[in-house]
Design a protein around this ligand. Structure first.
Ligand SMILES: Nc1ncnc2c1ncn2[C@@H]1O[C@H](COP(=O)(O)OP(=O)(O)OP(=O)(O)O)[C@@H](O)[C@H]1O
Length: 780
């Protein structure tokens, strides 16, 4: 009791730091109290104390009725009541009238109880997961507080009433564990609405036997470095370091339990919808994370179910709720039930715009072991499927755990390598790749929309997002776990996975940089268009790039890698967090030649500097001209960053000679197209892209014109050669018949007709049509 009250007290103390008390907290306060393991919680309910506001109506006389008997508990409850009272007084938005109605209702209710000595608490009310205040509902008709959340939340309603950031209610739940105690004091990935984590698996025995090198290091808990082996144009071997930062990075030693606690656990606690994605290359450990490797080492599904059961059993009111799981897959835009012999399913929207999967088999689970049984069945079905259609391996496996209307999704996305592999020879593979690409793109857009609370979320772009529609509206939380393989042969796919995850993370950061949630600084449609073009045809809204640039620059701060990094270590970094650069070292066994970049590689640092300078000087009018210069400078900057002579003429000491660095740089020049696109997307260099495009298109036009000219010249040459061949042949024929060629060529020759006879008519006619020429002229 003491503990629970303290938790509530603490939560409430935190919550009133702001100007006005969020009513969402008021609504959920009592749920927190009950979830805190308060044994006499039913007494509060029976007295009609279901919200924080109701607590303010309590007097000391009511405490014994509520089971508060010890001095310590009385003191705590008293403090709690005082805090609420004070806060309600300060809350301008609060409807005094409405409050008075409840206050009076509650007071009369309590006084009734006071008069009756042996009152039996009534626990028989129908209570849903979200609706925990049924006892007061009859007396609260005139109460002006927001209505409790209905069991089924429609996207329409939520869209009409946008939320501003993460509600305090949500925070309150994520700050506590399922028992209501403040268990997590440190920052967790799940504290944010969208969290992006990375999990590296260890090298498998097979990979070790093959002699694969581990090229991924995970220094600290938020950084992952990929050491990519490269070869310069002068055949110099060097290591290019790619450094990424995420909310959480799990190394090869991390267990499923640890991953669960920092990723899916906050989602389990969260009241609203929750989705957890596993993304990565085939064999990177998605299934290992989601399903687990054995019953003794369960995956996220089982661990989530375990905590859901723990939560339900802890709270009497929820103990009657049933837990169901469903597994299905998405393949080429179609849904198939994994627990029902791959029966075809259909996603349909009801009148409330809630998506249901018609015909999906729900299996009721009443314990973790029963879920594991279902998982075994699932594995069997998946294996059977893989054996049957060995080609079909690129599936999106979905698990839905639902309690009443609350759904929690676990999505095992298809192997990411197929998405990037567009050179597959057979049609089926290409189609699969296209489908996955589309799903990932749509997912990214929906996550962006979710985070920025845009009015439109492009659900319909793929079946995946359509099915997950509910997860992108309202009180939803999302966690993405990017699984990566450590082997050097998988470096490219690992980088692709990390880049995608990085972009998802950036979406969130962009949302945060906006300084507010919904549409405060929404970019113009023109802006969106140009951005979407640059990002490979995405149709999403583009955040303002300038703000992001500014933020990134801020984050570099005084420890900018351009200034602080010793040569030979990490040099460029796109999305750094505050970390101690010096702590991160190259992996053992890798040569000390270290060049690092993260997604954006060339020139963006220069771009940022230039923009800032431009703003400082107020040279907005000359932006066009300035940008041109920026481009050239950006290249120069990149060169400098890579260790060339600085503007001050200082050559930094390092392991690499100038020429080597130069060759490295020229090698990187080759990758310009590929890397610069990503860089510009991140840095907001739309103009740069447009210029690049213009240059490219003008180059293409020039090339076309040149090719046309070439074609004309070739045609003319061929004609000439043909003519020449005819004439040569004709001359040879003449030589056979006529001793004197001069006679032949006389136009007045009387034997012209006869001379023509042995020659082919075509050549003859051509000769007749041609102007009189000397033989030598005809020959050349
Ligand atoms: N964290 C880990 N610790 C130990 N072994 C792991 C880990 N992650 C994955 N593995 C092993 O790596 C192999 C491939 O993992 P898994 O099947 O989960 O990959 P996947 O990404 O799900 O592949 P697919 O896309 O084909 O489903 C398995 O043998 C698995 O046991």
């Amino acid at each position: 009791m003491t503990q629970s009250l303290f938790t509530v007290y603490h939560s409430l103390t935190c919550s009133i730091v702001g100007k006005a008390l969020d009513r969402a907290i008021t609504l959920c306060l009592y749920e927190c109290l009950r979830a805190a393991g308060h044994r006499n919680s039913h007494l509060f309910t029976s007295m009609g104390v279901c919200r924080a506001a109701h607590l303010s109506a309590l007097t000391m006389e009511d405490y014994p009725i509520l089971g508060i008997n010890t001095m310590e508990d009385r003191t705590r409850l008293f403090h709690l009541v005082q805090i609420i009272k004070t806060d309600l007084e300060h809350d301008d938005d609060y409807d005094d009238k409405g409050y008075t109605v409840v206050d009076s209702n509650l007071r009369s209710h309590l006084s009734d109880h006071r008069t009756r000595e042996n009152t039996e608490p009534d626990n028989t009310g129908s209570i849903s997961l979200y609706n925990s205040h049924t006892r007061l509902s009859s007396t609260c008709v005139s109460f002006h507080e927001p209505k409790p959340r209905p069991a089924t939340v429609t996207s329409k309603r939520l869209n009409n009433k946008p939320r501003k950031g993460i509600s305090r209610k949500e925070k309150l739940w994520t700050d506590r564990d399922s028992y209501g105690t403040s268990r997590h004091t440190s920052k967790r990935a799940g504290d944010q609405r969208i969290s992006v984590c990375v999990r590296k698996r260890p090298l498998t025995h097979a990979e070790s036997r093959k002699g694969e090198a581990d090229v991924v290091t995970t220094p600290g808990g938020e950084c992952v470095i990929v050491h990519e082996g490269k070869e310069a144009v002068d055949l110099t071997q060097y290591i290019l370091q790619h450094r990424f930062y995420f909310d959480q990075v799990f190394g090869e030693d991390s267990s499923n339990e640890e991953v669960y606690h920092r990723t899916a656990y906050p989602l389990v606690q969260h009241i609203g919808k929750a989705t957890c994605f596993a993304y990565g290359q085939t064999g990177a450990g998605k299934t290992h994370t989601m399903l687990g490797s054995s019953p003794r080492r369960p995956g996220l599904y089982a661990l989530a179910v375990r905590d859901i059961f723990a939560h339900l059993s802890d709270t009497h009111t929820y103990s009657r709720l049933l837990v169901y799981v469903s597994f299905f897959e998405i393949y080429r835009g179609q849904l198939y039930d994994l627990l029902d012999h791959r029966k075809r399913l259909f996603a349909r929207e009801d009148g409330q715009k809630v998506v249901h999967i018609a015909g999906l088999r729900d299996v009721r689970v009443d314990s973790v072991s029963s879920l594991l049984e279902v998982c075994e069945l699932l594995l069997y079905n998946v294996n059977e499927l893989t054996v049957k259609w060995c080609k079909i391996t690129k599936l999106i496996k979905m698990c839905m755990i639902h309690v009443c209307t609350r759904r929690m999704w676990f999505v095992d996305l298809a192997g990411s390598e197929r998405a990037s592999d567009t050179k597959e020879p057979d049609r089926q593979s290409r189609m699969e790749g296209a489908e996955i690409n589309q799903s990932l793109l749509a997912l990214k857009e929906c996550i962006r929309s979710l985070d920025q609370e845009q009015s439109h979320t492009p659900f319909r772009q793929s079946k995946l997002t359509q099915v997950l529609k509910d997860s992108f509206v309202g009180d939803s939380m999302t966690c993405m776990i990017a699984n990566i393989s450590p082997g050097h042969l998988a470096t490219e796919h690992t980088l692709n996975t990390l880049r995608y995850a990085d972009r998802v993370k950036e979406l969130r950061r962009q949302g945060a940089v906006r300084g507010g949630r919904r549409g405060k600084t929404l970019p113009s449609p023109k802006h969106n268009l140009s951005y979407s073009n640059s990002s490979g045809g995405t149709r999403g809204k583009s955040p303002p790039k300038k703000a992001k640039l500014g933020r990134q620059r801020e984050e570099f701060g005084p420890t900018s890698p351009t200034t602080m990094m010793p040569t030979g270590e990490a040099i460029l970094c796109s999305t750094p967090k505050n970390s101690t650069w010096g702590e991160e070292t190259s992996p053992r066994g890798i040569k000390s030649i270290g060049l690092e970049h993260i997604t954006p590689v060339r020139g963006w640092l220069g771009t940022v500097d230039k923009r800032e300078m431009m703003e400082r000087r107020g040279e907005q009018k000359d932006r066009g001209r300035e940008n041109k210069r920026t481009d050239s400078h950006s290249v120069t900057r990149a060169g400098l960053v890579l260790g060339q002579t600085t503007s001050e003429g200082v050559v930094p000491k390092g392991n690499l000679s100038f020429t080597r660095r130069k060759s490295v740089f020229s090698h990187r020049e080759k990758e310009q197209n590929q890397q610069s696109t990503m860089k510009v997307e991140k840095e907001g260099g739309r103009k740069w892209i447009e210029r690049q495009r213009q240059v490219k298109s003008s180059r293409a036009t020039c090339r076309e014109v040149e090719m046309q000219n070439d074609r004309h010249v070739k045609k003319a040459d061929e004609k000439d050669k043909e003519k020449e061949r005819h004439l040569r042949w004709y001359h040879e024929q003449l030589q056979q018949f006529m001793p004197s060629s001069g006679h032949l060529l006389s136009p007045s020759s009387s034997n012209q007709a006869s001379l023509c006879s042995p020659v082919s008519p075509s050549s003859c006619s051509s000769l007749q049509q041609s102007p009189p020429l000397s033989l030598s002229a005809l020959m050349y």
